[in-house]
Design a protein around this ligand. Structure first.
Ligand code: HMG
Ligand code: MG
Length: 316
């Protein structure tokens, strides 16, 4: 009997990573429409927003209101996640779930970096301090039955420090895994990786997680790429060869971290979910996405961003 090809888990991060760097405010109702369009395209996991300090990321300052709009419209079989930098962020998620009367947000994502400078610029704390901040977040999330993802940013290079050593990434990933989280997400924040450099980081980290925690299930490690030089698809192919079965994408390739931007260069967009799906198909693996409906979600994402840029331009 022929065995079914393996399924790849795709998380669309456009409503969070895609929008967080947009200077013009995207109305909350439009964000909810985008989340629904992505879910309607068969994407099984959507990172809907961040419960961070609104002064740091004003675009996502409507996280609570967005969750209230999404309540009652969560499609069957779809998981929603949200970024939380600390206990205050977790409180926001738990309050949203309480108001919704259901587990609207299924997963919280804490985020650390493999670069000290980026860690301070992004979260106002050292790598060690942020990991200590996450300890009560992980415990609180687990108490409420929420899954926890742990991002490691700057896995290939930092916009401020330059190249990052793979062992530094593996060390941060292992410290996050020590907290008892469910999943590690390796972020090439500025899209600096090639198949070779990203592959080295990935294999070093997979080996370290296996040695420290016997993490042999490769779907516990997610790959999060930004596509600065058009090499993200190559990195996906390398990751698939190394056995990774979970990837983040962003419809229409929106995205970028505001704290990864430098005066010379705005932070680059994420790999588009469309390209990601094509790579998964090319590898002969399964996914749940309907490409036509994804195209409609991508068109919506582009329209929202261009409307917000136009509104921002006419306001300034
Ligand atoms: P801080 O300024 O040091 O905050 O920021 P604090 O702990 O000193 O608290 C100061 C005030 O902020 C207090 O209020 C807190 O209650 C409030 P006050 O007493 O003055 O009235 N506060 C909060 N309010 C709402 N929500 C919260 C929260 N926490 C404190 N969660 C902090 C520290 C971590 C909060 C800040 O640095 C922050 O919010 N950073 C988020 C930055 C961010 O979202 N970056 C983008 C995401 S990371 C990324 O894009 C990379 C990724 O895509 C992967 C990749 O590509 O590599 C994930
Ligand atoms: Mg990112």
């Amino acid at each position: 009997m022929a065995t079914m090809p393996e399924r790849v888990r795709i998380t669309d991060v456009a409503p969070r990573d895609g929008l967080q760097n947009e200077p013009g405010f995207v109305p909350t109702a439009s964000k909810a429409e985008l989340v629904r369009a992505i879910a309607a395209a068969g994407v099984r996991e959507v990172e809907v927003t961040s419960f961070v300090r609104p002064e740091w990321v004003p675009q996502l300052g409507d996280a609570a209101a967005l969750c209230d709009l999404l309540a009652g419209h969560k499609p069957e079989g779809v998981r929603f996640s949200a970024l939380v930098p600390n206990e205050k962020g977790l409180e926001g998620v738990l309050a949203a779930n309480e108001r919704a009367g259901m587990k609207l947000i299924d997963k919280v994502s804490v985020f650390a970096a493999a670069s000290e400078t980026f860690s301070r610029k992004n979260t106002n704390g050292s790598i060690a301090e942020t990991i200590e901040r996450f300890r009560p977040v992980v415990a609180g999330a687990q108490k409420h039955g929420l899954a926890v993802r742990g991002y490691v940013s700057c896995v290939v290079a930092c916009p401020f420090e330059g190249p990052i050593e793979p062992f530094a990434v593996a060390a941060v990933a292992t410290r996050l895994a020590d907290l008892g989280i469910d999943e590690i997400d390796l972020g090439d924040t500025i899209g600096a990786g090639t198949g070779a450099t990203f592959g080295r980081v990935l294999s070093t980290t997979l080996q370290a997680l296996d040695e420290a925690h016997e993490w042999t299930d490769a779907s516990r490690v997610t790959v999060h790429l930004h596509d600065t030089h058009g090499l993200a698809a190559e990195c996906v192919r390398v990751a698939l060869e190394l056995g990774v079965r979970s990837f983040d994408g962003s419809v229409a390739g929106l995205g970028g971290c505001p704290f990864a931007s430098t005066p010379e260069r705005r932070a680059p967009g994420n790999i588009s979910t469309e390209v990601l799906v094509r790579e998964v198909e090319r590898a002969g693996l399964r996914h749940d996405v309907d490409l036509e409906a994804l195209g409609a979600a991508a068109a919506l994402a582009q329209r929202l961003v261009s409307d917000s840029r136009l509104a921002e331009g006419s306001a300034s």
